[in-house]
Design a protein around this ligand. Structure first.
Ligand code: SF4
Length: 444
């Protein structure tokens, strides 16, 4: 569109902010960021998109300096609107829509909410998939700011209705990027010099179910492994870890192709809480999947999302969840406090059975200690092992001391001796455990 990347928001003439709204904290972070951009760069034209824009456009439009609000439903318009904003174009409100009670814009015409035009529609009315090409995002070496390990987003939206989750209403139904486009994106990334691609989606395990003919994530994973030198699967719901998917890890003899890394959202280890969350598995299902993953990949990183303080999580139910997590071969956790999201069933439940912030804090602290111990034991078990890794962009202070950061295929950071550029695929011999990482040397 003729736009150039600026050094940062303070120098930009247009700032596009892609917001998250998964928790109340995500909303606060977005609002604080928008206020800061406006304060530091009052002449910037700020275009806001993403899930917060989709969920609460009027809230965003009311913030000072916001030039346009674009829901996920209209995200495809962002490049055009950013280019128009950069050219100094003023968005003209349509007279007939001023003050319209429902914030629904038809086609490409905005409605006007307060100071800003808003492009938004029901997320379920749209089935296109917004994404960035990994080859374009790829940072590669030291000279650019893009990610060394970009994501290839192949799926968006979700057909589940977990009672705490706002995502289905902000992102709409589950849909998949067609098989050929997935392969083309991966091939372009490899041709641009990329090494590791992270396969992602909102509900990645559902990839292909909506395509005609129907396809499977296993099929896609096997095909992508022929295009890129390393592929990492991001979060996959427990029930989508099929024997076919697991067998892909076993068929890869060099272990370099498919990173030994499994992330399965758990949310709670309590049966009663999982039911209240409307999750589709029970603790014993989850434990079975982890057992199978450990059997197939003895050295894999295994991670989980855990939500603390869901309405009705009594001390006894938390203890049940804690004991379950303690018994699992997990190597890391993403811990979140429950956050009531407007429009979800959890919002209502929180009115009747809230858990106090004090209790949530104590429970999260206990889980942090628990997982720190498990993670340390996992890293200790890797000392003396030879692991495939990719070099990352290393902070300047570490580079000056003669070290390079790398990430092993089983998701542990290693501090390597020597200075290497990012994006190098290599083998490392692990020599010792260091703080929250490992020390290693390049292996022959
Ligand atoms: S599976 Fe549940 S938590 Fe995940 S996006 Fe869908 S509704 Fe939300």
């Amino acid at each position: 569109m003729g736009l150039r990347q600026s050094d940062g928001p303070a120098q930009a003439s247009v700032v596009v902010v892609n917001t998250c709204s998964v928790t109340a904290q995500a909303d606060r972070t977005a609002r604080a960021f928008l206020r800061r951009v406006q304060r530091e760069n009052p002449s910037a034209r700020i275009v806001v998109t993403g899930c917060y824009a989709q969920r609460a456009p009027a809230e965003i439009a009311a913030l000072p300096g916001v030039h346009a609000v674009v829901g996920n439903s209209h995200k495809a318009l962002v490049p055009r609107l950013a280019a128009e904003a950069a050219a100094g174009a003023a968005f003209v409100p349509l007279e007939s829509l001023i003050g319209a009670p429902a914030a629904v814009s038809s086609g490409q015409a905005p409605v006007w909410l307060g100071q800003a035009p808003v492009w938004i529609d029901d997320a379920f009315a749209h089935s296109w998939l917004s994404r960035a090409e990994p080859a374009a995002a790829f940072g590669g070496g030291m000279e650019t700011s893009g990610p060394t390990r970009p994501t290839l987003k192949v799926q968006d939206g979700c057909g589940n209705r977990c009672s705490f989750c706002v995502i289905p209403t902000t992102r709409g139904p589950s849909r998949s990027l067609p098989f050929d486009q997935c392969l083309r994106s991966a091939a372009d990334f490899a041709a641009a010099g990329g090494t590791e691609l992270v396969l992602s989606g909102i509900n990645l395990g559902r990839w292909g179910r909506d395509l005609a003919p129907q396809r499977s994530l296993e099929e896609l994973t096997a095909a992508l492994l022929k295009e890129v030198s390393r592929l990492r699967l991001s979060s996959i719901e427990p029930m989508d870890w099929t024997p076919e998917l697991l067998s892909l890890f076993q068929r890869e003899p060099s272990l370099r192709g498919l990173a030994r890394h499994a992330h399965l959202p758990l949310q709670s280890g309590s049966d009663a809480i999982l039911r209240a969350m409307h999750r589709r598995y029970r603790p014993w299902h989850y434990a079975e999947k982890l057992r199978a993953i450990r059997l197939h990949m003895p050295e894999a990183a295994i991670g989980a999302d855990v939500m603390v303080g869901f309405p009705g999580e009594t001390d006894a139910l938390f203890e049940e969840s804690y004991a379950f997590i303690q018994a699992q071969p997990l190597t890391y956790l993403h811990l979140f406090p429950f956050s009531a999201r407007p429009g979800t069933a959890g919002w209502e439940m929180a009115k009747g059975h809230p858990v106090s912030p004090h209790d949530i804090g104590l429970r999260m602290a206990r889980l942090r200690v628990l997982i720190a111990g498990k993670n340390l034991a996992f890293r200790k078990s890797l000392v003396g092992r030879k692991l495939p890794a990719i070099t990352l962009r290393t902070p300047e202070a570490e580079r000056r001391q003669g070290f390079t950061r790398a990430l092993t295929d089983n998701f542990v950071q290693v501090r390597l001796e020597g200075n290497l550029p990012a994006n190098q695929s290599l083998w490392t011999s692990i020599t010792s455990v260091r703080n929250d990482a490992l020390d290693g040397v390049i292996a022959a």
